[in-house]
Design a protein around this ligand. Structure first.
Ligand code: SAM
Length: 309
């Protein structure tokens, strides 16, 4: 059922569905749940229709070409645990399982969950592709090393605080929809000639470690302000104050101070960085949290990751 004909034959419905997904035109509130899943009784007969209502976003199937590219960009391997919140007919989860990853789909519509399980068995990954009926907003995503999204921008934004609280280094990949001011680490154009529309953009992020605040270094103090993966601040010693700017990639930190590039890692309350000429500096967290941006501070407080004293 996942060949191009299937998609082509339903392009009109699909277009309607996708339009709804893109515009939020079909948004359904939680209290209207029951009648939206009126479908044939038997699972055998169940054939989802692109554009059909979902709890918070309609079902529109991801292009197979795009989906494969998403997992290439996220560099999914058998070491990964991939979660697809809003997993539809299970195609993304099945694709991840075929790459050897453990894969979990969360889908609100129970009939789609049944269909996904059947599809996974048909595709020979019934053991690796797990599907759970549930609400993506009430599901623990913390086990994921990769989160794969094909939802809508407002849903991505609603999930964003939870995603930012995930383990630093967690990869997030999204078909079509971005996360506004949390700019993607990578945005890749992908073409699929056989899909209803040809041009797609895949967005990719790596959850940054939280580093905002003050760090005590041997010769001074590093004060960092963090906005998602971007950092800026000052490096202050007895004799000078130097502005710094840089970036987090998971728990890896890179910054430039006084023309020198430092790179290293954050391990709990320790920052271990080295300059290109081999100058190594170890810092320790000082006065936590004061310099964080509102957004990252809120996320930190929610996670309980930073103790305030
Ligand atoms: C745009 S489709 C994407 C399907 C699949 N991930 C793919 O790429 O083919 C979004 C899916 O999310 C499901 N959904 C909508 N709101 C949900 C919620 N609150 N919890 C779980 N699933 C939800 C819909 O039923 C639909 O199957």
């Amino acid at each position: 059922m996942w060949n191009c004909e299937y998609i082509k034959n339903r392009w009109a419905l699909f277009f309607k569905g996708l339009l709804n997904v893109l515009t939020g035109g079909g948004e359904v509130s939680a209290d209207k749940e029951p009648e939206m899943f009126n479908q044939p009784e038997s699972v055998e007969e169940y054939e989802p229709v692109p554009g059909q209502r979902g709890k918070d976003v309609e079902w529109a199937p991801c292009s197979l070409v795009v989906m494969n590219r998403m997992f290439e960009i996220a560099k999914v391997t058998p070491e990964d645990c991939v979660i697809d919140p809003g997993s539809g007919d299970g195609r993304m989860v099945i694709c991840a399982a075929k790459l050897g990853a453990k894969a979990l789909g969360i889908e609100y519509n129970p009939r789609m969950v049944e269909l996904s399980r059947k599809n996974a068995v048909k595709e020979g990954v019934g053991d690796k592709a797990i599907f759970v009926q549930g609400d993506l907003f009430n599901t623990d995503l913390s086990k994921a090393t990769v989160v794969a999204l094909f939802l809508r921008e407002d849903i991505n934004l609603a999930l964003r605080p939870k995603i930012l609280d995930m383990k630093p280094g967690t990869r997030v990949v999204s078909n079509i929809f971005h996360m506004r001011d949390w700019k993607a680490d990578e945005a890749v154009k992908v073409e699929d000639e056989d899909y209803y529309f040809k041009n797609h953009t895949v967005y990719f992020w790596i959850v940054p470690a939280k580093v905002g605040g003050t760090w005590k270094l041997p010769d001074g103090e590093l004060t960092l302000e963090q906005a998602f993966q971007m950092i800026k601040g000052t490096l202050r010693s007895d004799s000078s104050t130097t502005p710094i700017s840089g970036k987090m990639t998971g728990d890896q930190i890179t910054f430039i101070a006084d023309g020198r590039e430092f790179t290293g890692h954050i391990r709990g309350d320790v920052m271990d960085v080295e300059s290109r000429n081999g100058e190594r500096v170890e810092g320790r967290r000082g006065d936590y949290g004061r310099q964080m941006t509102e957004d990252s501070q809120a996320a930190c407080c929610r996670s309980g990751q930073f103790d305030r004293t």
